[in-house]
Design a protein around this ligand. Structure first.
Ligand SMILES: NC(=O)c1ccc[n+]([C@@H]2O[C@H](COP(=O)([O-])OP(=O)(O)OC[C@H]3O[C@@H](n4cnc5c(N)ncnc54)[C@H](OP(=O)(O)O)[C@@H]3O)[C@@H](O)[C@H]2O)c1
Length: 306
C-alpha cells in the first residue's frame, strides 16, 4: 500500500510502498477514504513539534482520517467490517496519509450517514480541539459572549458553530473573504484583524479561544471580564498576566480521544455545523495540500482523497 513517509525533519514527505499493517488486539484496520491536514503536520515535518511529539525516522505522517473498517483485530468487539468511521491517530505514529491505517478501537467514532465520509476527514483534530476548549474547559452556557480568533480557520470554524449551538454570542477575528465566512458560520460580529484592533472594540468577554498566540494572546487578556477564561491552543498560558486580570488561563493540548470526538460529532447535526472545506485534493497532489496548509491562510480544512 502507499503511505506518505517522512525520512528526516524538514524533508518533504514522499509516497512509498510499504506492507499493509495487521491489526493487533483491540485495533482495527481502516481503509482510508480521505485524510485532512492540520498545522501540526507542518510542525511535525519541520521538527517544531519535536519536544511534544518526537519522531523516529522513517516516520509515517498524518493524524486525521475518515474511512471504512476493513478488518478488526481479536478482542475487538465494538466494530464491524464496513463501519464508516473517523479517527485522530497518535501524532508520533501517524499513518493517516495512506491506503490503510491501524486505529486503536477506542479512538474510532462512527460517522452518521448524514455526513459525507470524505468531508468527515476534516472533523477529528479541529472539532475535537474546539470541543475540548469550549465545552470541557470553558463550560460555555447560553447567554455568554465568546471571542474566537481565526474564525475562518480549521479550529475557529468549528468553534464559532459549537459556541453558537451552545447559545453563546460569538465574536470572531478574520480577514479578507474569511470575514464573510465567519459571518456565514454564525459569528454575530467579525473583526477584521488586519485593519482593526479587536481590543479597542470589545470588552466583558466571557471566554477567548486563542488560536494565534503572541500579541493576539496578550491583547486578549484585556477584553475578558473579571473571572473570564482564555484557552490558548498555541502557547502556554501566562499565569502572571492571568492573575493581574483576574482571569483563568489554560493551554489546551489536544489528545486523541474517541469519547470526546463522539460528543463533538453528536453536536454536528443538532447545531447544524458545516464542515468548512478549504480544498479537496487527490493523494497525488499531497505537496500542494501541504503547501496550502503551511501557508497559514486556509479557510477551513484541506482534504486529501486517498
Ligand atoms: N494545542 C493543540 O492541541 C492544538 C490543536 C489544534 C490546533 N492547534 C494549533 O492552533 C492553530 C490554529 O489551528 P487551525 O487548524 O485552526 O489553523 P488553520 O486552519 O491553518 O488557520 C488558518 C486561519 O488562520 C487565520 N489567521 C492567521 N493569522 C491570524 C490572525 N492574526 N488573526 C486572526 N486570524 C488569523 C487565517 O486567516 P487569514 O488568511 O485571513 O489571515 C486562516 O483562515 C495552529 O497553530 C495549530 O497548530 C493546536
Amino acid at each position: 500500500m502507499k503511505s506518505m513517509i517522512l525520512s528526516a525533519y524538514d524533508r518533504m514527505p514522499q509516497s512509498q510502498e510499504i506492507a499493509a499493517p495487521v491489526p493487533d488486539d483491540g485495533e482495527v484496520l481502516v481503509r482510508v477514504v480521505a485524510a485532512s491536514l492540520n498545522p501540526l503536520d507542518v510542525k511535525l515535518q519541520s521538527g517544531l513539534a519535536h519536544d511534544y511529539f518526537p519522531l523516529n525516522f522513517p516516520s509515517a505522517i498524518g493524524t486525521d482520517l475518515s474511512g471504512i473498517i476493513e478488518k478488526t483485530g481479536s478482542l475487538t468487539s465494538r466494530w464491524r467490517a464496513g463501519d464508516k468511521v473517523i479517527a485522530r491517530l497518535d501524532p508520533t505514529r501517524g499513518g493517516a496519509f495512506a491506503d490503510f491505517a491501524i486505529v486503536p478501537e477506542n479512538q474510532l467514532v462512527l460517522i452518521p450517514e448524514t455526513i459525507a465520509l470524505e468531508t468527515a476527514a476534516g472533523i477529528p483534530t479541529a472539532a475535537g480541539t474546539a470541543w475540548q476548549a469550549l465545552v470541557e474547559y470553558a463550560g460555555i452556557v447560553s447567554g455568554q459572549t465568546v471571542l474566537i480568533h481565526a474564525g475562518a480557520g480549521g479550529v475557529g470554524s468549528f468553534a464559532i458553530q459549537f459556541a453558537r449551538g451552545l447559545g453563546a454570542r460569538v465574536i470572531a477575528t478574520a480577514s479578507g473573504d474569511g470575514i464573510d465566512i465567519a459571518r456565514r458560520l454564525g459569528a454575530d460580529l467579525v473583526i477584521d484583524y488586519r485593519h482593526e484592533d479587536f481590543a479597542d472594540k470589545i470588552t466583558d468577554i466571557d471566554f477567548v479561544l486563542d488560536t494565534i498566540g503572541g500579541e493576539t494572546q496578550r491583547e486578549s487578556y484585556k477584553v475578558l471580564r473579571r473571572g473570564g477564561k482564555i484557552a490558548s491552543i498555541v502557547a502556554p498560558s501566562d499565569d502572571t498576566t492571568a492573575k493581574a486580570y483576574s482571569v483563568d488561563a489554560e493551554f489546551i493540548f489536544h489528545s486523541s480521544n474517541g469519547a470526546r470526538l463522539t460528543e463533538a460529532v453528536k453536536a454536528i447535526q443538532p447545531f447544524d455545523v458545516e464542515i468548512l472545506v478549504d480544498s479537496v485534493l487527490p493523494f497525488s497532489q499531497f505537496d500542494r495540500a501541504f503547501e496550502r496548509q503551511a501557508s497559514g491562510r486556509a479557510r477551513g480544512k484541506i482534504i486529501l482523497t486517498i
